[in-house]
Design a protein around this ligand. Structure first.
Ligand code: HEC
Length: 110
């Protein structure tokens, strides 16, 4: 009986450690200004970029490291209006400014 409790305790600690480790990863992408890669950057990239740049078309912008590495090139292509190739009203009216702001100022990249 004691052994069983011990075994269960070990498993519980293992699960807790795993959850804590994942929690740390999440915390890293939460920025000082309250913006969060998942909530802010990723949503904009999903609506406007990763349909193409999700693995098949280079650069791959579906991961944070891919975005971080290509940030300057992304800003260049956004600012000279060559990306995204077709510019929807939603892109022109709101998303473009938001994504430029995110890529330029987010603490994710500091
Ligand atoms: C409809 C598909 C499509 C969408 C949506 C799209 N792209 Fe592209 N992108 C391409 C293709 C195809 C190329 C390669 C040809 C070229 O350079 O124009 C490219 C090239 C690029 C490059 C240049 C890569 C290099 O090596 O020079 C960057 C940076 C880029 N895209 C960023 C973005 C960003 C940021 C978004 C979202 C705001 C976006 N793209 C949306 C299809 C797309």
């Amino acid at each position: 009986m004691k052994l069983k409790a011990l075994a269960l305790g070990t498993v519980a600690i293992g699960i807790l450690a795993l959850v804590a480790a994942c929690g740390d990863d999440e915390a890293k992408s939460t920025t000082a200004d309250g913006a969060d890669y998942t909530a802010t950057g990723k949503a904009l990239l999903t609506s406007n970029c990763t349909g193409c740049h999700g693995g098949t078309t280079s650069p791959n912008l579906s991961t944070f490291s891919g975005v971080k590495t290509n940030r300057t090139a992304m800003l260049n292509r956004i600012n000279n209006n060559t990306m995204p190739p077709s510019q929807s009203d939603a892109w022109k009216n709101t998303d473009k400014a938001k994504l430029v702001e995110y890529l330029t100022n987010s603490a994710d990249f500091k």
